[in-house]
Design a protein around this ligand. Structure first.
Ligand code: UTP
Ligand code: MG
Length: 505
């Protein structure tokens, strides 16, 4: 079609709307502004209905805007319609009456807008529309810091409905190497985790730090529908699902997962049966113990492992210092592994300690896998500005065999009907810093990852100091600060001490 022909067609299609505008009698119902959705309805029927409504004194707008009070659609699937509405950047979709054509025909028959009844509404299953309309007064947010190290975050998360979604979006951004959005979703989740109650309306989060437009849009969706369409899309996204599955294997990072995905592999079985794939030792162990180590470790199991590690370490060195770190030190009920820190009171005596511990675990017949990394600690290279870097202490990543009978509450019980094995494999990390670095290592390995990230950011931006798992350096005074406890580190930074169980940022 040539340009003139196209214009003619556009004009022809528009004529009935213009005719409708001419039919506008004086607006009788000022509190109602209609918008008719053309999708499925078709343009000519929409034009006809527009004219009809205007002739009866209804205001009908051609364009969807914040002025609209009632949206009317015909034969539209609720999810599709709402997703379409959400994409319009309206200020507050929750105040819209989104109605089926039956409300419109009832209103035309009566010659006035009839009362909206439930049967008129186009709703997605389990809507929670009311929460965004009726919400408690805004949470007091004035004191919420942008830094997790100035917030207290227990394991009690009142906003899991939002934070689970944010964490999934962060993970998806990570797979796409979108660092900015990934960090933004993680920070937003972290702020929401620290709130003392559940967010029930958007007004309640006004003034909170780290919640950008994107995050707020996701929250609005959740407040309105009880779910996020974006995350639902992700659940059907083949790449995201495959990368998530592959990276759930011990030893498989995003790069390897992407490589496998690009080769057309989609399931763990396909990876294992593809002859050209060479798994490294860690990945082989990851696959071998997959069903066990992909299952969460309980607090009781972590405590049982604590007893085993303590016995083993003290059998070798009675004066060794041992601490449980990671999520379990923060009071979590479940974790993906169990982390321990060990050292000797005398400097240098920690050298070789881990290798002895590993030997002893092997002798006990409970060492299923071990990856040992010797120390690469070099005082002259400290402290590092790069947080993501692993620290330089000697450490080992283990898979240990834990007997069911050693776990409190599980003695004499069968974990799983049909599972008569009586033991499970558990991932355990042991880290052995020299004693003069113990407090830094303890703070770093206790986490959470976001807490540590913000602690370092705070040190650098607010105090001109550099912090990592090995040291704290004052750039202004050009010296390393003396530290023996975690409390000393907070004090040097001019921060109130935050207990481990308040670091679940
Ligand atoms: P984890 O990955 O074990 O996390 O690392 P977690 O908080 O215990 O959570 P789950 O329950 O196991 O999933 C423990 C902490 O150790 C730090 C991380 O920042 C994390 O907070 N860490 C990890 C380091 O400081 N350096 C490392 O090289 C690795
Ligand atoms: Mg852990």
């Amino acid at each position: 079609m040539n340009h003139a022909g196209m214009l003619a067609r556009v004009k022809k299609r528009k004529r009935p709307v213009e005719a409708g505008a001419q039919d506008q009698v004086e607006v009788k119902f000022k509190e109602v502004t209609l918008y008719l959705v053309e999708r499925k309805m078709g343009s000519s029927r929409r034009n006809f209905l527009t004219s009809l409504a205007r002739s009866k004194g209804f205001r009908v707008e051609d364009v969807l805007s914040d002025d609209i009070t009632h949206v009317v659609a015909e034969d539209n699937q609720a999810e599709v319609l709402w997703a379409w509405l959400m994409g319009h950047g309206l200020r507050d979709v929750s105040r819209l009456a989104v109605l089926d054509i039956s409300w419109f025909t009832d209103s035309m028959r009566e010659g006035r807008p009839v009362r909206v009844e439930t049967r008129h509404r186009i709703q997605v299953r389990e809507p929670v529309v009311s929460v965004s309309v009726y919400c408690s007064p805004p949470t007091a947010v004035a004191n919420v810091s942008q830094y997790a190290c100035q917030r207290r975050t227990t394991t009690e998360n009142h906003n899991k409905i939002f934070t689970d979604v944010m964490e999934e979006l962060a993970e998806s951004s990570e797979f796409n190497e979108s660092k900015g959005p990934c960090l933004a979703f993680r920070q937003a989740a972290s702020v929401l985790k620290s709130l003392p109650s559940a967010v029930q309306c958007l007004e309640a989060i006004q003034g909170l730090p780290c919640l950008g437009e994107h995050t707020k849009a996701v929250m609005e969706e959740i407040l309105t529908f009880g779910r996020s369409f974006k995350v639902e899309e992700l659940r059907c996204d083949e790449r995201y699902q495959a990368l998530k599955l592959f990276t759930s294997v011990f030893g498989v990072g995003p790069k390897t997962a992407e490589k496998w995905y690009r080769r057309g592999l989609r399931s763990l079985k396909e990876i294992l049966t593809e002859p050209s794939i060479q798994l490294n030792r860690m990945q082989r162990a990851g696959f071998l113990y997959y069903s066990d180590i992909s299952k969460a470790v309980s607090k009781a199991e972590a405590e049982a492992l604590g007893c085993i590690i303590e016995e083993t370490v003290h059998w070798i060195a009675p004066d060794a210092i041992l601490a449980l770190t990671g999520g379990f030190r923060r009071g979590k009920e479940y974790g993906h592994d169990v982390d321990f820190l060990l050292t000797m009171p005398e400097m240098g005596k920690e050298e070789g300690l881990l290798l002895h511990v590993i030997d002893r675990l092997r002798d006990q017949g409970i060492l299923l896998y071990c990856e040992y990394q010797g120390s690469t600690f070099d005082v002259s290279k400290l402290p590092s500005c790069r947080f993501e870097d692993m620290d330089h202490f000697q450490k080992c990543f283990l898979i240990l065999r834990l007997e069911q009978g050693q776990v409190e509450g599980e003695r004499g019980q069968q974990r799983d009907p049909g599972d008569s094995r009586g033991w499970r494999a558990v991932r355990v990390d042991l880290v052995a810093p020299p004693v003069d670095r113990y407090a830094f290592a303890l703070l770093g390995w206790t986490g959470s990852r976001q807490f540590g990230r913000d602690l370092r950011a705070f040190a650098q931006k607010e105090r001109q100091m550099l912090l990592d798992n090995h040291a704290l350096y004052d750039k202004t005074k050009q010296l390393f600060l003396p530290v023996t406890t975690e409390e000393d580190i907070f004090a040097h930074l001019g921060l109130e001490y935050v207990e481990p169980w308040q670091r679940n940022a």
